[in-house]
Ligand binder design. Structure first.
Ligand SMILES: Nc1ncnc2c1ncn2[C@@H]1O[C@H](COP(=O)(O)OP(=O)(O)OP(=O)(O)O)[C@@H](O)[C@H]1O
Ligand SMILES: [Mg+2]
Length: 371
């Protein structure tokens, strides 16, 4: 396996479209890096540039310590798995797995060993002589993984490999991929548009938007300390609640004013706002659903951050409830337990946990301060 070094990579297509802008990242040997972002943000383009399927307009890509910019795909020693993993229908599972190896000119015994080793890890030894159409989706997916593994590549590149599978199978294959990656100590770059999948798999996640990297971090870093409003809104289900507020100063404390509500921050959370010159200005505030409280004790203990809310929807999900409500004209969602007595139409008191609030500059959308 190998490390990867991406230095100031850009991609401009012949029609002038800039798909990737000045992307740099060091990926360590054995890392599981997930690229995530909305459709068209440039995820596949980056993967294709690493694989050598797309020219690099500017920048340098190193796999290990080898500059690969001008190397053909076959010379880069990478294995790529796409969403439609394209097994050859007329070849058995074994022959499919052998296909990538035949082009390499290695001995028959060595090839057989590589295939059987991969098959064993993936638990598909008993189906090696079967044709793809007689296999289940999960088995086909394993054969595609096995074909990549048998090549013993320096890097695995996976582009939404689980996209066509139903939710249950997706979860199962996710566990499988993670298990195999850990067992092999493989360097994996994985593209998805599913943020839960990204959080589950990635040792680090790269969040992209419009060809520009927004933030690179561990799942915890992205969730707890998003660098800007885009990342804050993109990571987490249900989404972080966002609302605009005007900042007022009350001694050493900042007050967030929106419609006729006033939410008082403690001194620690106020400092970045007041020192940053935000008094008198509009900002964007973000609160995660789990950081809004409706239980009477919390509300009674925190009068400074209390607002009146009108309940709109009571969304029962078994062990938890999403309560949708409005404060003035802004919609919010909070996560509560099934013991909540609030029902649509009720006016209730809720508290925003301001120790965990996220504050963003309204024009740049960059984070002023995180929880
Ligand atoms: N050959 C091309 N010429 C011009 N523009 C292209 C070309 N190939 C891709 N693009 C554009 O580049 C952008 C990035 O494409 P890319 O496939 O990398 O997106 P993505 O993040 O993988 O999206 P998705 O989640 O839909 O797969 C898109 O807007 C796409 O339309
Ligand atoms: Mg794509």
């Amino acid at each position: 396996m190998a490390s990867l070094s991406l230095k100031n990579i850009s991609k401009v297509f012949p029609n002038g479209f800039i798909a990737v802008k000045d992307f740099s990242m060091e990926i360590e040997d054995g890392e599981f890096v997930v690229f995530i972002g909305p459709s068209g943000c440039g995820k596949s383009t980056i993967l294709r540039m690493i694989a050598g399927l797309e020219d690099i307009t500017a920048g340098e890509i190193y796999i290990g310590d080898r500059l690969v910019n001008d190397l053909e795909t076959q010379e880069r020693d990478v294995a790529m798995i796409f969403q439609n993993y394209m097994l050859y229908p007329n070849l058995s599972a074994y022959e499919n797995m052998a296909f990538g190896l035949k082009m390499r000119n290695i001995g028959r015994d060595e090839m057989d060993q590589a295939i059987r080793r991969a098959a064993e890890i993936l638990d598909i030894t008993s189906i090696l002589d079967k044709k793809p159409r007689t296999l289940t989706r999960a088995q086909q997916q394993r054969v595609a993984l096995g074909r990549a593994m048998a090549k013993d590549p320096k890097v695995f590149l996976l582009d939404e490999p689980l996209m066509n599978l139903d939710e249950k199978l997706r979860c199962q294959m996710r566990r499988e991929i993670k298990r195999v990656q850990e067992k092999l100590g493989a360097t994996v770059i994985y593209v998805t548009d599913d943020q839960r999948e990204a959080m589950d798999l990635g040792t680090r996640i790269v969040v992209m938007n419009d060809g520009v990297v927004q933030q690179i971090g561990t799942p915890e870093e992205l969730y707890e300390k998003p660098a800007n409003k885009f990342v804050a809104g993109y990571m987490g289900t249900p989404q972080m609640n966002m609302f605009e507020a005007r900042v007022e100063q009350d001694g050493k404390r900042a007050v967030l004013c929106f419609s006729d509500h006033r939410v008082l921050l403690n001194e620690e959370r106020s400092a970045p706002l007041l020192e940053g010159g935000y008094a008198g200005k509009e900002i964007v505030c973000g609160v995660r659903p789990e950081d809004i409280h409706t239980d009477r004790e919390f509300v009674a203990a925190n009068p400074d951050t209390r607002v009146e809310a009108v309940v709109q929807v009571y969304e029962m999900l078994g062990t938890e409830v999403f309560l949708h409500f409005q404060v003035s004209n802004t919609g919010f969602i909070t996560r509560t337990g099934t013991e909540s007595e609030a029902r649509p139409g009720d006016t209730i008191a809720v508290c925003l946990d301001t120790t965990r609030i996220h504050l963003f500059d309204k024009s740049t959308e960059i984070t002023i301060s995180n929880r």
